[in-house]
Design a protein around this ligand. Sequence first.
Ligand code: KIV
Length: 266
Amino acid sequence: MFMKFTVQDLKHKKENGKKITMLTASDFPMALLIDKAGIDAVLVGDSLGMTTLGYEATTMVSMDEMIHHAKAVRRGVERALLVGDMPYLSFQTSDIDAVSNAKRFVDEAGCDAVKLEGGEDMSARVKAIVSSGIPVIGHVGLTPQTADKLGGYKVQGKDDASASKVAADAAAVSAAGACAVVLECVPRELARRITGELPVPTIGIGAGPHCDGQVLVTHDIIGYFDRFKPRFVKQYADIGKEISQAVEAYRTEVEEGIFPDAKHSF
Ligand code: KIV
């Protein structure tokens, strides 16, 4: 019998010095596999706009598309904490929009929590959603939805001023009630400092080994998305190559009359 991983377990893990594991999923079969492998939290990330829907940027994915994918992932996740990622313009506009879209993730897709990008500027949104009873994970440092304003997909917090800004952002979302904070693309020593300062766990992506947990995009670690590969990604499998080989073998066998053979016919 499995024990469901809860929002409280995030904090327990930090307190006990145990690392939190998080991966993204955008469909049912991947969700099943990730959950079975014992990953603590599954994020239906807006990166699915690129990895699964083929958009040029994560900002192009809509709230309805996120709900559609979150519902599929929900059907595959039993144990892990399920987190819906608030897409671009689903929460920036007002507290009311933020709460009603966060509620959609919970009511329509059965998510346990939501994640949203932004620091001090978005702390009111975090507070509003948390006050409505929905746990929120913050996301600071490199925030892809507003990467243009940050000078592109670049490491954040490299100089003193920028490091103070990332630390202040993390502190602001934590003070607003976030149950964890994703730190994306920040130097490892800054991540270590913030992890030591925050009462809630940090979950790093490109933020070094000192965070309380780690998150990556599953498509990246299995080699299933090759448009670009950030330096912080470690690839554990080459599923794209396996799929290509299988598809080519099938094509050849059909063209050459090898498949279907007697074993695969009635
Ligand atoms: O959209 C996403 O996948 C994310 C990450 C933190 C991996 O936000």
